[in-house]
Design a protein around this ligand. Structure first.
Ligand code: UDP
Length: 323
């Protein structure tokens, strides 16, 4: 039986990856310090013989007994509200944490896949974003702690590959959504759905002309799974190229939730990327992968999930700082 370590296992993406690897017949070892993750996301796995969990901070020394075939490094705050609140932990988990993960992989002779992000492209001047674009990142702006940490993570991963011959994979993840997103993480989809459910107006930042491209979580997990098992070590974009303005997205959420409220405009946060859409030519070619679930289908499933949350969860809102 193959053994996989997943850091950030209690988070949105980490928990879906745990499910997938369990389904594929792996022994899954989850690790999380639970700063932004939630045990509720993996509660259903604890009764399984082939799931273990370590409550551990990957930024500190990590040890896992026994052999490991794969490590997926998904520990990191990943929403603007989180990394504005805990910028130092954000920097540490993708720098020191990545170093620990790569060191562990070397000792165990395991293959590592690290979770990078479309944020490495910053506020992109190349559109759609291809993997060979180097990006337009402000290192000292509010997103710098996340963007630069992920860029460093990519550089360190490549260094381990080149210097030690370590088997490495780098996925650049674009905006992803689905069940288990934290309602109060400040990201646009949970923010809008939460507001719709609470009867509040939807807070559109700026004039809503900025674009994003939203990928349903199951599609993303499929792309990551294929990349891990591929023999390609350079970064690969995984995301849904269907692009939409935030204003149109807000209208879609109002329609989906049958909310009577309206969109209101608030100031645009500093360094908010104006456009984002993955070019997935490479993923199509080397992974034979493309998204299968369109926004209408994915949003419906996600809305059903948010409707199951209780009143306390629904009312736990955090407001985003703008600059
Ligand atoms: N946004 C918005 N209202 C909100 C939260 C976000 O209009 O309540 C906008 C935000 O300014 C950005 C886009 O939605 O342009 C996506 O934001 P998110 O935080 O989800 O992720 P990002 O792609 O910016 O990291």
């Amino acid at each position: 039986m193959k053994r996989v370590l997943i850091t950030g296992a209690a988070g949105f993406l980490g928990s879906h990856l745990c499910d997938r690897f369990i389904k594929e017949g792996y022994h899954v070892i989850g690790m999380d310090n639970l700063i932004t993750g939630d045990l509720k996301n993996i509660e259903h796995l604890f009764k399984l013989e082939h799931f273990e969990f370590y409550h551990n901070d990957v930024s500190k020394f990590i040890h896992v007994p026994g052999n490991l075939d794969y490590i997926l490094h998904f520990a990191s705050p990943a929403s603007p509200i989180d990394y504005l609140k805990i910028p130092i932990q954000t920097l540490k988990v993708s720098s020191l944490g990545t170093h620990n993960v790569l060191g562990l992989a070397l000792v165990k002779n395991a293959r590592v896949l690290v979770a990078s992000t479309s944020e490495v492209y910053g506020d992109p001047v190349v559109h759609p974003q291809t993997e060979d674009y180097w990006g337009n990142v402000n290192p000292v702006g509010p997103r710098g702690c996340y963007d630069e940490a992920k860029r460093f993570m990519e550089a360190l991963t490549m260094a381990y590959h080149n210097a030690h011959g370590l088997e490495t994979r780098i996925v650049r993840i674009f905006n992803t959504y689905g069940p288990r997103m934290r309602l109060n993480d400040g990201r646009v989809l949970p923010a809008f759905i939460g507001q719709a459910l609470r009867g509040e107006d939807l807070t559109m930042f700026g004039d809503g002309s900025q674009t994003r491209s939203f990928c349903y979580v199951d599609d993303l997990v499929e792309g990551i799974y294929r990349l891990l098992l591929s023999d390609y070590h350079l970064p690969v974009n995984v995301g849904n190229p269907e692009e939409i303005t935030i204003k149109d997205f807000g209208e879609e959420i109002l329609k989906l939730t049958c909310a009577k409220q309206k969109l209101i405009s608030l100031p645009l946060p500093k360094d908010d990327p104006k456009q984002r859409r993955p070019d997935i030519t490479l993923a199509r070619k080397i992974l034979n992968w493309e998204p299968k679930i369109n926004r209408a289908q994915g949003l419906k499933i996600t809305f059903e999930y948010f409707k199951t949350l209780n009143k306390d969860e629904l009312n736990k809102v955090e407001h985003r700082k703008f600059n």
